[in-house]
Write a protein that binds this ligand. Structure first.
Ligand code: MN
Length: 395
């Protein structure tokens, strides 16, 4: 169990007064903080094909380049050696998927639903490096990992706020500074969505951004209606057996609209479908899961992974939904798939998987119930959980 990252503020008080409401600076949020990876290791990740990375330069490399250049990874060693001595930033997305020590930082945030978490982005900046004053659509916790960064925090901005036109980056052209802080290693700044901010490195520095996911209303409407529509037969149609003589043959009357609204409501109000869609959508992984090894059956798994803990894949996302108070059933969502857990053993397994990233050897190997064994097999063969052979090797 990790200690609180919120300093003297209780998680409940944080949620009540700050979460999605106002910024909060916490000095020494993680005392004696040591960065879980070095700038060189971060740059190394940015060379990898499957890792999402960007470099932002305040001034272009060429004379003809405009200000605020954005370059997308993967990068090469040469790309790095061609960079100027200052005023650039390397940003690497989803480092928690690739580095277990970074992934374990997520444990600090268990005062929020895990399905709200998006990923951990880590940025390295040279002196003066920044991505310009901007705002984001999501909540973010900014943990200073190494060196110093000056954060200027402004008011709330939106799509109507003026932005620089010479660059594809969203940079505010008018930025008002309300608060001004210099963060040192272990300090943390929480920013709600929309709050303008500008962070500039003072010397070299690294910052860890714990970001959240929140679907837009547009995504909710489009994706949920698609999800419902995919399951409907062509034969279900607008019908009007109650039609009476129309006053004007060209008129769309209120009764017609009532019939349409009744159709929309009937589908939109299906909470079972809503929860299935939402669980699958919010656990959609950012990247394909690598499947290390598959097993034919329980006997083979037990023989091969005897005494080995099962770990949740760093890139996997899990959530569950109790079906209802009356029904003894639970839906488990893993990496965009749903599993109905009808037995007590599968329900307990689902809760355990959502609670902790490790299913201990003595726990899983003692599972006798066939449904629970089947669930474990399916999750392993999908790459969502895996036997931790490496740990065994190190010991
Ligand atoms: Mn930001």
């Amino acid at each position: 169990m990790k200690q609180s990252i919120l300093g003297s503020i209780s998680p409940a008080a944080f949620l009540e007064s700050y979460w999605q409401k106002k910024p909060l600076l916490i000095r020494n949020a993680i005392p004696d903080f040591q960065s879980p990876l070095s700038a060189d290791e971060l740059a190394g990740l940015a060379l990898e094909e499957e890792v999402e990375s960007r470099i932002v330069l305040e001034k272009g490399l060429e004379q003809t380049d405009g200000p605020w250049q954005l370059k997308r990874g993967p990068f090469t060693e040469t790309d790095f050696s061609n960079l100027p001595p200052s005023h650039w930033t390397l940003l690497v997305q989803a480092v928690d998927h690739w580095v277990p020590e970074v992934h374990s930082l997520l444990d600090y945030f268990d005062f929020l639903p895990s399905w709200r978490l998006e990923d951990i982005m880590i940025s390295y900046a040279t002196d003066g490096g920044s991505v310009g004053p901007h705002y984001d659509h999501f909540d973010v916790f900014l943990i200073q990992a190494e060196g110093k960064r000056r954060w200027q925090v402004g008011p709330v901005y939106d799509a109507s706020s003026p932005r620089l036109e010479e660059t594809e980056l969203h940079i505010l052209s008018e930025f008002e500074v309300v608060e001004d802080y210099v963060l040192e290693p272990g300090d943390m700044l929480y920013l709600p969505p929309g709050v303008g901010h500008h962070g500039a490195a003072e010397g070299e520095c690294m910052t860890i951004s714990v970001g959240f996911r929140a679907p837009s209303h547009r995504e909710i409407l489009m994706q949920f209606t698609d999800f419902i529509a995919d399951q409907l037969p062509e034969s279900l149609r607008y019908s009007d057996p109650d039609q009476t003589l129309p006053a004007h043959k060209g008129e769309i009357d209120e009764t017609a609209l009532d019939r349409l609204q009744a159709i929309l409501k009937e589908h939109i109000e299906d909470r079972a479908l809503l929860s299935e869609w939402f669980g699958e959508m919010m656990t959609q992984p950012k990247h394909e899961q690598p499947v290390e090894e598959t097993y034919q059956d329980w006997a083979e798994l037990k023989a091969e992974a005897e005494g080995i803990d099962l770990l949740t894949n760093e890139g996997s996302r899990l959530a569950f939904k109790q079906k209802s108070a009356q029904q003894e059933s639970l839906m488990l969502f893993v990496d965009g798939e749903s599993y109905e857990c009808k037995t007590e053993a599968t329900r307990n397994l689902a809760l355990k998987l959502c609670e902790s990233a490790c299913l201990e050897a003595k726990h899983w190997s003692s599972i006798k119930e066939e449904e629970a064994q089947k669930l474990i097999m399916e999750l392993i063969n999908m790459g969502s959980i895996y036997p931790d052979f490496e740990e065994d090797f190190e010991e």
